[in-house]
Ligand binder design. Structure first.
Ligand code: HAM
Length: 437
């Protein structure tokens, strides 16, 4: 039966798995609502062109792409950012500002599978359009932190590494590098944590060896871990661009501190992000123990809306992936056991009693109660066992004796107390029980 298995890296969600996933989505959605973000959705299949040269070589190499029956080159979406740029770009003038949008959806990347990485995964994306200053980053980092904290995670469990591609550009410019060399250095910085000195191979191949004093300055910048250290490093260089950028950093970090979030945020210039479109502040969330791959990533991408045919519109956003996030919740014991218990279980004597029960079952369900009952005639004893195991709070007992008296027996499955109520009052009694408990 091997041919009927799922494709490698694709996931099936049995009811317990889906309950956990829904729990995560529910809290993300709720949190986005408290920050005033509006939900949108978009197609999973897109023109291949949308990602070519927009998302970057790494993602392009991971695309699930094919030619459809109409001869179109298409791809399953590997990320939401180009799509949301198209949506916003098409109606930019009509949309109420600030444009704060979120979505939850599935994405596809043909990646090497490892812990927390699959070929299909869900992301919560949140983005703000039309805001050029760090006010957008403040709002988004606040949202990112709260999306994780709403599950009970704390600053001891995760943190957000904050960096800045602009700062890198201005710094390397001040050190005398041209744009091509700056981009090559940033490529090396992106890989430095993983590959050490080997990360500079690409630079050396394209531009020749990196002067030792220059490399030392790059590595020193990578060591900057606080605003004070940043100010100190930049003081020697001066310059208008660097000074203005430092003011943005102060505004952003000052606001996050005022929100009580300083403990979640670490200055870390080692993060530059692999995606091609980022232009300013960039950030990634990680577990504190450093055992898992990134929980979330994002940053500013001020040119992408225009590159995709829309107006010039600054933008910032991030995405949290569901896989590493679920692993972290499980590791910390914060993934609740999802029980899909009925409120009421009906214990039914025989076929005649079943017909009597159906009226109440339908009425109770219409009133919003979760009601279950045995589909076939089963011995009373077994039904009581099922009722107890189901997690229901109440059992309604439709026996021949009860019905002959015109009553139904209600058993409280927690304290096992029982009482008889007239049949016409069953729904009202159940409602009273649940509104009291
Ligand atoms: P990204 O860093 O590529 O950014 O992905 C964001 C998150 O999605 C990652 O931190 C990770 O949790 C999850 N993720 C990515 N690839 C996989 C995979 N193969 N398996 C499991 N999880 C994965 C973006 O996608 C940007 N578009 C985010 C963004 C939104 N930037 C601006 N707005």
């Amino acid at each position: 039966m091997a041919s009927f298995q799922t494709l490698p890296g694709f996931r099936e969600f049995y009811p317990e798995d889906l309950a956990r996933r829904n729990h995560i989505f529910r809290l993300w959605r709720q949190t986005a609502g408290t920050f005033g973000f509006a939900e949108y959705d978009a197609p999973v299949l897109e023109p291949l062109e949308l990602y070519k040269a927009k998302s970057g070589d790494e993602i392009e190499a991971q695309l699930f792409s094919f030619t459809d029956k109409g001869g179109r080159e298409v791809a399953l979406r590997p990320e939401m950012t180009p799509t949301v740029c198209r949506l916003v770009g098409a109606k930019a003038n009509a949309l109420k500002r600030p444009i704060k949008w979120f979505s939850i959806g599935e994405f596809y990347r043909y990646e090497r599978m490892q812990k927390g990485r699959g070929r299909c995964f869900f992301q919560f994306n949140a983005d703000i359009f039309g805001e050029p200053g760090p006010e957008a980053e403040i709002e988004l980092i606040g949202l990112l932190v709260q999306c994780l904290c709403s599950f009970g995670l704390t600053a001891e469990d995760f943190y957000v590494r904050l960096s800045d591609r602009n700062l890198w550009f201005y710094y390397l410019e001040a050190l005398g590098l041209d744009e091509a060399r700056i981009r090559a250095v940033l490529g090396a910085v992106d890989k430095y944590e993983k590959y050490g000195d080997d990360a500079f191979k690409g630079y050396t191949e394209a531009h020749g060896p990196l002067a030792p004093e220059l490399k030392a300055k790059i590595l020193a910048f990578l060591q900057v871990k606080s605003l004070a250290a940043l100010e100190q490093t930049l003081a020697a260089l001066g310059g208008e661009k660097l000074t203005a950028r430092l003011a943005d950093w102060k505004k952003l970090l000052g606001a996050l501190e005022a929100m009580g979030l300083a403990k979640f945020v670490a200055v870390d210039l080692g993060v530059v992000r692999g995606l091609a479109y980022y232009t300013g502040f960039v950030f990634e969330a990680f577990d504190r123990k450093g055992e898992l791959r990134a929980l979330a990533g994002g940053g500013r991408y001020d040119d992408l809306v225009q590159k995709l045919g829309g107006p010039a519109l600054p933008a910032v956003g991030f995405a949290i992936g569901d896989m590493t996030f679920a692993l972290l919740l499980e590791q910390r014991g914060l993934m609740p056991t999802m029980v899909q218990a009925p409120d009421v279980y009906c214990v039914i004597g025989g076929e005649a009693e079943r017909l009597a029960a159906f009226g109440d079952i339908q009425a109770l369900r219409a009133a919003g109660f979760r009601v279950d009952y045995p589909m076939k005639e089963v011995a009373f004893g077994k039904q009581f066992k099922t009722a107890a195991e189901s997690g229901a709070k109440l059992a309604l007992i439709y026996g021949g004796d009860e019905l002959a008296k015109g009553v139904v027996k209600i058993r409280d499955l927690t304290d096992r107390s029982e009482r008889e109520v007239p049949r016409a009052q069953v729904a009202a009694q159940v409602r009273d029980f649940f509104s009291a408990s």
